[in-house]
Design a protein around this ligand. Structure first.
Ligand code: COA
Length: 385
């Protein structure tokens, strides 16, 4: 199996981007990554793109071919990958497999979503297509609703407090202030989170990731090819993916993400690493409770202790394991199909020592964790410099 290097990264600004079309987004992120890598169109063997619902958000299907076309990369083969909010993470995995297997020497992995052209009600309906239609969506359930139930149950089972949930938002907003491409670059306090508009009890507006336009892109290459373009590539040394029940009520324990546990075990084993070896992580925090069950499933702390671990500052920059230095989905923004790729972009910046004021000193090993739905899919990657 070939070693897989990340030789270039690019990301757009995240937010409500009225002046960008869907194509503008991925062309900007893709061009930035190609320039960063120093490659040429003729070097690219294939394109993989994460996109959850172009057909419903902007009425555009046939995304992969559209991307190759608008990026001026025809006739390169292009494939779209869909796994709800984990579409980007799974696209990364497809790119890793293509390079590791020897099928291609250089591939482009992108993710893009344009979500703000329609109303919040419509976005909510589209997002919930990733839940069980018969038993969840049909009965009026939404993603804030599902994660609200997980949060209540976590509080009941483990004594997690409302304030501990809010600490996730406080930390991630503080990190986003130092990320020039983040959607929300302002501080929030625990009090402000608690007093913001109720969305789905106990989650308020400031416990939720926002609705976002954005795209991200990485260039992957074999070690040999990487040497031609890049002095200090980052390597993807572990890749894990797992599934769980799509409906929350079918899960053995709704407060435990078994897909996260299984995907991370696979990635740790492949990389020959333990949770203690990870210096920095991007964890799927679509809601504050999601970061808690994420860090528990990744084994950064014991099941049920994520609230205390966060409150004690262990996941802050300078703590035991800095989590979501980019601002996370909560404050950097969550253009669903792009998120898993944007997480790899942030870890690449960290391992290259290019994360500016949010840099984790001496970061050598990083991890990304991308979740689809309420945990029906999880993808974990481990990166090393
Ligand atoms: N965090 C912080 N501020 C937010 C925010 C968020 N998640 N969402 C919106 N805001 C801000 C807006 O910037 C705006 O501020 P302004 O008045 O200063 O301009 C204000 O709150 C109102 O914004 P609006 O767009 O009207 O909010 P909304 O009520 O339409 O949507 C949510 C808010 C929480 C319902 C929406 O962001 C949401 O559904 N988030 C979850 C997305 C999701 O489920 N993703 C998939 C996860 S699996």
């Amino acid at each position: 199996m070939n070693r897989v290097a990340v030789i270039g990264v690019g990301v757009t600004k995240f937010g409500e981007l009225w002046d960008y079309s869907f194509s503008d987004l991925f062309v900007e992120a893709g061009s930035a990554a190609i320039i960063d890598a120093g490659i040429d169109g003729k070097d690219i063997g294939s394109i993989y793109v994460g996109n959850m619902s172009g057909g419903r958000f902007v009425n555009q299907e046939h995304i992969a071919s559209l991307i190759a076309d608008h990026a001026g990369l025809n006739p390169v083969p292009a494939t779209r990958i869909e796994a709800a909010c984990a579409s980007g993470g799974l696209a990364v995995r497809q790119g890793v497999m293509a390079v590791a297997s020897g099928m291609h020497d250089v591939v482009v992995v992108g993710g893009a979503e344009k979500m703000t052209d329609i109303t919040t009600e419509k976005v909510t309906q589209i997002l919930v297509t990733a839940a069980d239609q018969e038993w969840e969506a049909f009965l009026g359930m939404t993603f804030p609703g599902l994660y609200g139930m997980i949060a209540r149950r976590h509080m009941h089972e483990f004594g997690t407090t409302r304030e501990q949930l809010a600490e996730v938002a406080v930390k991630n907003h503080a990190n986003a202030k130092n990320n020039p491409t983040a959607q929300f670059r302002f501080d929030v306090s625990v009090e402000k989170v608690l007093n913001s508009t109720m969305v789905a009890d106990p989650l308020t507006l400031l416990d939720c990731s926002p609705i976002t336009d954005g795209a991200a892109c990485i260039i992957l290459a074999t070690e040999e090819k990487a040497g031609e373009f890049c002095d200090s590539p980052i390597y993807i040394t572990g890749a894990g993916q797992s599934t769980s029940t799509i409906a929350l009520h079918d899960r053995l324990q709704m407060t435990v993400s078994d897909a996260t546990i299984n995907a991370s075990k696979m990635a740790y084993k492949m990389a020959g690493k333990t949770p203690g070896d990870i210096d920095v992580a991007e964890v799927h925090d679509c809601f504050t409770i999601a970061e808690l069950i994420g860090i528990e499933g990744l084994d950064f702390c014991d099941i049920g202790s994520g609230g205390r671990f966060t409150e004690e500052g262990c996941t802050a920059i300078g703590g035991e394991i800095p989590v979501n230095t980019s601002g996370g989905l909560k404050a950097k923004g969550h253009p669903v199909g792009a998120t898993g790729v944007a997480q790899v972009v942030e870890i690449a910046y960290q391992l290259r020592g290019e994360a500016g004021k949010r840099q984790v000193d001496g970061a050598e090993v990083g991890l990304t964790h991308n979740v689809g739905g309420s945990g029906g899919t999880a993808a974990v990657h481990i990166l090393e410099r």
